[in-house]
Design a binder for this molecule. Structure first.
Ligand code: COA
Ligand code: AMP
Length: 632
């Protein structure tokens, strides 16, 4: 079969045949007797009685099949001016040694391990080592502060933390050890061991009895073998932003995930074993988990781990250099990276310095791809530019243009069509299906495709209430949009308080909690306003407590520092002002959506339930003073 429509329909009508056939491409420790258990709770489960080891499939299998001398990882770090190539055989040795090291510290199947690392190969090695042992990793993005790390420590209760002495941003070296020590102090859970990879840019002080040097540990360790785990056992937990300050621990299982990852490489990205694939993201995000580490390695590709930025390391030609030097076939990044390049080199002149004929396609995700960025990339690169839509929860594209199956027409602004396994529908609030071209809640009819989250870590109830309750039998994506007459999806906005800043998913609710904790703040609202470069930027409005005599010049920097200190620099919280009152409904709900519309100059109607419309005039003035609401 070679056409999208047939494949898609087969995947929905005969899911067991479809995914059973796909799964046969991997090595299983124990085969399945059923592909799908529709009765499993809270959602149907894939390969319920099978066993597998994800690390074996991503590493050892390729060595056994003769790929030992092929590069598995190319580490390219303009920020430290260094590079390293690791073959599959070397990766097998590094991973099994480090897994042995973890084992010697008592890490076993089912134990959690937090990984807080920069973009160095050891991050992927640590993830794979956990997978080898059947331990569950939870990678925390380096741009999060100690407080966020502590929240994750208390939720995941890890036996060990794996880290490095520092991460490196263009403007500064970030020492990780003080952050880790602080996080472990804040957390109530006690972590037994902390393994630190020493980097020359910063020295870490190790606490005797708890902290261990990575190199010493790996050197002394006996290599560990792959441990067979249930296909439904968790491979990892990845925390993502929800509506509150408590992040959601998205679980990924082993079997369904490996099957989906492997399938996508050929069918969506059109790459084969041996090809060089580069996801310019970070291992701390889902794109990094899926497309820097697991999918390319499961397929037998060479993956690029890039420690640098699209611009400034050293210039806007950085991506072209990496593509040429390592002969990258497919690049995957966020639209914001291309907006950064376009801003610095609008004519794409730096492209003339490189030959990037090897590049076959560019995939973008993480935020809506604005048509201008898509046109610019397409014109400069002269290859298919594919916007595809997905979430941490799904782990892979819900909608895409499946280049390996059939190249569909590209409609700029739409991330194309649903992928096999995803029955995507657009519903009205009463649960009926919306007609074509009309906006509604985007949902996925159960079962979700293999690889999608089976639940939230330790919290079936939150999983149920956040995703399953609103439309029984469907998973609520949290995105709103519509399907056009050709079945293309158009993703228009989030229906919750999640915003997307430079392709990073952030919770405005979490920022509000931090602002509300300031002794002078009575109440506050944070919402995302449109930004040409980062897509959205958070903007905060605070109401002072009676008697708090503060100016914004004084209070503003304190509030900004507070968010940076408690959530992290990645929150990019830089805009805040004081207002007298916040607009609310009569039942007391803050009208954030209306304020977003005013700030962005998008049409809006006076909410029928507003308590006092005059407040909106005050808010408009405040937003104007901040450079927004220009036409209001
Ligand atoms: N560790 C510590 N701090 C980090 C960090 C990390 N891993 N990553 C980002 N930060 C910091 C940045 O230094 C910045 O700090 P600053 O306020 O002192 O300048 C802050 O967090 C905000 O970062 P970001 O929003 O990424 O802005 P930026 O100006 O540094 O970079 C881009 C902008 C577009 C170049 C960058 O976001 C990018 O390359 N994005 C595309 C790829 C991507 O990450 N996609 C994610 C999902 S696919
Ligand atoms: P994350 O979980 O960080 O991957 O963020 C997922 C959210 O980012 C989605 O629910 C969307 O709101 C948004 N998103 C990701 N990719 C796209 C896309 N291609 N088009 C529109 N929105 C996107």
């Amino acid at each position: 079969m070679s056409n999208y429509k047939e494949l898609y329909e087969q995947s929905l009508n005969q899911p067991e045949e479809f995914w059973g056939e796909v799964a046969a491409d991997l090595s299983w420790e124990k085969p399945w007797s059923r592909v799908l258990d529709m009765d499993a709770k809270p959602v149907p489960k894939w390969f319920p009685d099978a066993e597998i080891n994800t690390c074996y499939n991503a590493v050892d299998r390729h060595v056994e099949a003769g790929r030992g001398d092929q590069n598995a990882i190319i580490y390219d770090s303009p920020i430290t001016d260094s590079q390293q190539k690791i073959t599959y055989a070397e990766l097998q040795s590094l991973v099994s040694k480090f897994a042995g090291g973890l084992k010697s510290l008592g890490v076993e199947k089912g134990d959690r391990v937090i990984i807080y690392m920069p973009m160095i190969p050891e991050a992927a090695i640590a993830m794979l080592a956990c997978a080898r042992l059947g331990a569950i990793h939870s990678v925390v993005f380096g741009g999060f502060a100690a407080n966020e790390l502590a929240t994750r420590i208390d939720d995941a209760k890890p036996k060990a933390i794996v880290s490095a002495s520092c991460g490196i941003e263009p403007s500064r070296v970030i020492e990780y050890k003080p952050l880790l020590d602080e996080a472990m102090k804040i957390a109530s859970h006690t972590v037994q061991s902390c393994i630190v990879k020493a980097r020359p840019q910063a020295e870490a002080t190790l606490v005797e009895g708890r902290d261990v040097d990575w190199d010493t540990l790996a050197e002394q360790a006996e290599p560990a073998d792959c441990v067979s785990v249930k296909a439904t056992d968790p491979l990892y937990i990845l925390y993502t932003s929800g509506t509150t300050g408590q992040p959601k621990g998205v679980i990924r299982d082993n079997g369904g995930h490996a099957v989906a990852m492997h399938w996508t490489m050929k069918n969506i990205y059109n790459v084969d074993a041996g090809d060089v694939y580069w996801a310019a993201s970070d291992v701390g995000w889902v794109v990094g988990h899926s497309y820097i580490v697991y999918a390319p390695l499961l397929k037998g590709c060479t993956t690029v781990i890039y420690e640098g930025k699209p611009v400034g390391t050293p210039d806007a030609g950085a991506f072209w250099r990496v593509i040429e030097e390592h002969q990258v076939k497919v690049l995957f990044t966020a639209p914001t990276a291309f907006r950064a390049i376009k801003k610095e080199d609008s004519e794409g002149e730096l492209l003339n310095n490189y030959n990037i004929d090897c590049l076959q396609s560019l995939f973008l995700a993480g935020e809506r791809c604005d048509p201008d960025t898509l046109f610019w990339a397409r014109e400069k690169l002269n290859i298919p530019v594919v916007d595809h839509w997905w979430q941490t929860e799904t782990g892979w594209a819900i909608t895409a243009n499946p280049l390996g199956i059939e190249e569909m027409e590209i409609k700029p602004g739409s991330p194309t069509v649903p992928m096999p396994g995803y029955d995507v529908q657009v519903l009205a609030s009463d649960g009926s299906e919306m007609p074509s071209n009309e906006m509604g809640d985007i949902v996925i009819k159960l079962p979700m495709a293999p690889g999608c989250l089976p639940t939230l870590w330790g919290n079936d109830e939150r999983f149920q209430s956040a995703y399953l309750e609103q439309y029984p039998g469907y998973y609520l994506t949290g995105d709103a949009g519509f399907k056009d007459d050709d079945g293309y999806l158009w993703i228009m906005s989030r229906t919750d308080d999640v915003i997307n800043v430079a392709g990073h998913r952030l919770s405005t609710g979490a920022m509000e909690e931090v602002l509300a904790g300031h002794p002078d703040v009575a109440e506050c609202a944070v919402f995302g306003v449109a930004d040409d470069f980062k897509g959205q930027m958070p903007l905060g409005l605070v109401v002072l407590k009676d008697g708090a005599d503060r100016t914004i010049e004084e209070l503003g920097p304190e509030l900004i520092k507070r968010v940076r200190g408690q959530i992290g620099p990645v929150a990019a919280f830089k805009m805040v002002t004081i207002v007298q009152r916040l607009p609310k409904t009569r039942s007391g709900k803050i009208l954030r959506g209306t304020m977003v519309n005013i700030a962005d100059n998008t049409p809006w109607n006076m909410p029928a339930t507003i308590d006092d419309p005059v407040i909106l005039d005050e808010i408009t003035d405040a937003l104007k003073n901040m450079g927004y609401a220009k036409d209001a």
